[in-house]
Design a protein around this ligand. Sequence first.
Ligand SMILES: Nc1ncnc2c1ncn2[C@@H]1O[C@H](COP(=O)(O)O)[C@@H](OP(=O)(O)O)[C@H]1O
Ligand SMILES: [Mg+2]
Length: 257
Amino acid sequence: MTAPDPGSDHEVAAAVAAEAGHLLVEVRADRADLEGRDLKDHGDRVAHERILALLTAWRPDDAVLSEEGSDDVARVTADRVWIVDPLDGTREFSERPRDDWAVHVALWERGALVAGAVGLPARDLVLRMDRPEALPARPDGPVRLAVSRSRPPEFVAALAERLGAELVPMGSAGVKAMAVLDGTVDAYVHAGGQYEWDSAAPVAVATGYGLAPTRVDGSPLQYNREDPYLPDLVVARPEVLDEVRAALDALADDAHA
Ligand SMILES: Nc1ncnc2c1ncn2[C@@H]1O[C@H](COP(=O)(O)O)[C@@H](OP(=O)(O)O)[C@H]1O
Ligand SMILES: [Mg+2]
């Protein structure tokens, strides 16, 4: 049976992320018979089904764009669309006991992200757009950039060289964006491929925390487009934003020279 409607859209986002996260933690513990691809596929599927069941019960009139669902283009004309990645960092989820994987739940309404939560189930955390916390003070030293541990884009290596930055590898777009918010790193820059579900909830939460995520070229991130491919992203804490932007612009100039 589905629990009662949690209330506001923010509460729904957080409850959906938490419930799917609990399920994934259980699956990982209970299904010792599953490994690798089988564990990834099972996790993706059960988390997607749970999220869909909860959103259907609590927000029956809203559309859903999920990494694991079949896309219905009718969402493009809908007023409200939940953009979800039931299991981000699927690879890391399958590598027990890694904890760098996430559940993403965001709500897009008429052009803007209006609610969002990123669950970090293996850390028993849900970060929410509506419950921002102060960023810890930034330590002295080089800029720290979160980067994919399994397929670090060459572009980010070039950026790090230009900035004299340190690369901090970890899995999951949600984990990397949340690492900016908890002070583990100063920025997360990605290029070369991603989809709306990889960044919508992390961007919603980062926006709630007062950050201003953009595309790599500085333009706004736009969601609920017909093609959900959204290949690049910059999430940076305010103290390093100008420096990171200047380096990105210089790299773009070099590329066009
Ligand atoms: N070049 C690329 N093209 C498409 N998706 C990419 C990508 N690089 C990263 N991603 C997606 O972004 C998420 C974070 O990746 P990473 O951990 O490597 O930083 C992953 O989501 P999933 O785990 O949901 O598939 C991954 O599939
Ligand atoms: Mg993903």
